[in-house]
Design a protein around this ligand. Structure first.
Ligand code: FAD
Ligand code: DLZ
Ligand code: SF4
Length: 506
């Protein structure tokens, strides 16, 4: 019985469940470049190139291994532009009895796939995605019946269950969490490693021309494209990270520096999310580096927590709470996204830097996403849906299952605390402590009010006043609310007026 095996753009893994029992003689693998996926948000040009080039390379690898691949290119004149249309067309080309696919990474794609069997008149088998440590069901089992969900609890369970960084039943290094050691400021003279990047080959260059021609007005530039697009390149990127950056990953995880987008971060999220690397092999490489004495425990535990912890946790949150999750807006934020998120045209140096790095590399690291662009959107009351679509569009690693909970749960507190225990709201003092941005900024981070004062300062207290009804009972915000309680009515009104003048300026 021959089978049509559908492989999506973020499923580029040789061990994909879709391919498990493939019959080389009779089965066909279908891969589709479709316009709908390129435009449902206007993805950064580098993200488009990354997906399409990696898909083409993966298809070539399958074909070289003797597998029949039906690859539909974006510029194929008969291309219908959607997964639904292309699967229907493929069924006319191939005599197959059934369709097999692995769970997709996005809820809307899952919805579409669930209609296929009725619409196409063939059985469609959707297989669980075994590339994650925790299945969707595993997270739901953990979450069921718990009033509050916290990363730390889920993370410890997964470490025990999978024996990651464990010495017997004890956490390796003597503690579950080394976070307190991972908040150092970057010494100004500390050299930042030069990272391994990958020059576009002929396939990537062809895709670059296609993307420039088809999507000229999408955000971002292609000049600095250097993402791994093959498994071989992704493995080289992993080795480079372990050697050159992992030892200091923990210490400077929260640091930011003008003109230095990558610092000691791994840059591995795109390769992980497309399936070129597996979470298991990446965590194993980090753990081996610690056991061999090549990286300290605070770095390795911090790194493993991001992948075995946060990455798995946010996926569980997404699949358990969708589709209602997408409409979360607990703080009733409604302001449109300021234009400078696209242009970088702002005097706020921290924001301008984050947007410039995003434009040049389809990347900015976690603290820039959370504490600069995210924090500003939170303090300014930007509509969650607008900032969420921005994050989905502009980062090479952005897929909704990971991007949405980070935006709605972590950066904007739109989910009201389902995912994180408090909003990550901060004044300019935090950015000043963790970066060198403020020194060259048009605003003064030390001033609290007036036109020269840092806008983060001018917005911070007003944010707490405006959202008192939702946030005041939060134990983690007890301190600032105690401070506010001592403010007179007049002082609070003046603070709100000060914030209004910043917001009008947007
Ligand atoms: P590193 O700092 O080197 O971290 C190592 C790995 O851990 C990453 O590659 C990633 O796989 C994982 N990781 C780290 N933090 C998180 C997290 N909070 N949630 C899930 N996984 C994490 N990550 C994405 O992969 N895709 C997204 O679309 C995305 N959107 C985000 C939006 C916002 C508002 C925020 C605050 C964070 C977002 N993140 C997203 C998480 C994180 O910022 C990125 O994973 C990270 O910056 C990618 O760079 P890196 O590979 O150098 O990560
Ligand atoms: C992001 C993306 C883009 C830009 N293009 C494609 C594509 O042409 N074909 C494809 O199969 N996938 C693409 N993707 C990824 C999808 O948007 C989507 O996120 C995943 O398929 C969900 O599993
Ligand atoms: Fe950002 Fe304020 Fe510092 Fe300027 S002064 S870089 S706006 S935190």
């Amino acid at each position: 019985m021959s089978v049509l095996r559908v492989v999506l753009g973020d499923q580029l893994s040789a061990d994909l469940p879709t391919l498990a029992d493939l019959d080389r003689e009779h089965d066909v693998v279908l891969m589709m470049e479709v316009a709908q996926e390129a435009t449902y948000v206007r993805h950064h040009k580098q993200k488009l190139v990354l997906f399409l080039s990696a898909m083409r390379h993966f298809a070539a690898d399958l074909a070289a291994a003797g597998i029949r691949v039906d690859y539909v290119r974006l510029d194929d004149p008969a291309n219908t532009g959607s997964f639904d249309g292309e699967v229907a067309r493929a069924l006319q080309r191939h005599r197959v009895e059934r369709v097999v696919v692995t769970e997709p990474g996005e809820w809307r794609v899952q919805q579409a796939i669930e209609t296929w069997s009725t619409r196409l008149g063939r059985p469609v088998e959707i297989r669980a995605d075994t590339r994650f440590y925790a299945s969707r069901a595993r997270f739901e089992k953990w979450a069921r019946g718990r009033r509050t969900w916290r990363l730390e609890h889920f993370y410890r369970e997964l470490r025990r269950e999978h024996g990651v960084l464990m010495d017997g039943d004890q956490p390796a290094g003597g503690a579950w969490n080394f976070d307190p050691e991972n908040r150092k400021r970057l010494p100004p003279d500390l050299p930042v490693p030069t990272r391994r990047r990958f020059a576009p080959d002929a396939v990537t260059r062809e895709v670059m021309a296609l993307v420039e021609a088809r999507f000229p007005d999408h955000f971002g530039t292609l000049d600095a494209f250097g993402w791994p697009v093959t498994r071989t390149e992704a493995l080289a990127a992993l080795a480079d990270f372990v050697d050159s950056a992992l030892p200091r990953f923990g210490d400077y995880q929260d640091a930011m520096k003008a003109g230095a987008p990558f610092l000691f971060h791994s840059l591995l999220a795109p390769a992980l999310n497309l399936g070129l690397l597996s979470a298991r092999e990446v965590c194993a490489a980090a753990e081996t580096a610690w056991r061999d004495g090549r990286a300290p425990i605070n770095a390795v535990e911090g790194f493993v927590r991001q992948i075995l912890g946060w990455r798995e946790y946010v996926r569980g949150v997404y699949w358990t709470l969708m589709p209602d999750y997408a409409a979360s807006n607990r703080l009733n934020a409604s302001r449109p996204l300021p234009d400078f998120y696209w242009t970088g045209d702002t005097d706020m140096r921290c924001v301008a830097q984050a947007v410039a790095m995003t434009c040049d590399h389809a990347y900015s690291h976690h603290i820039q996403r959370l504490m600069v662009t995210g924090n500003f959107a939170l303090l300014a009351g930007v509509a969650p849906e607008q900032i969420e679509r921005w994050y989905l569009a502009v980062y090479a690693d952005a897929l909704e299952w990971v991007e949405m909970p980070n935006t709605l749960g972590m950066a904007t507190f739109a989910d009201g605390g389902r995912m994180a225990s408090k909003p990550y709201a901060a004044s300019g003092a935090y950015i000043d402590r963790m970066s060198d941005f403020c020194r060259g900024c048009a605003y003064d981070v030390k001033q609290k009010t007036g036109p020269k004062a840092c806008p983060f300062n001018r917005l911070y207290w007003a944010f707490l006043i405006r959202n008192r009804g939702v946030l005041e009972g939060n134990p983690r915000l007890a301190m600032p609310y105690r401070t506010l309680a001592a403010w007179s009515k007049e002082r609070q009104a003046a603070c709100l007026a000060e914030a209004d003048s910043v917001l009008e300026g947007l």
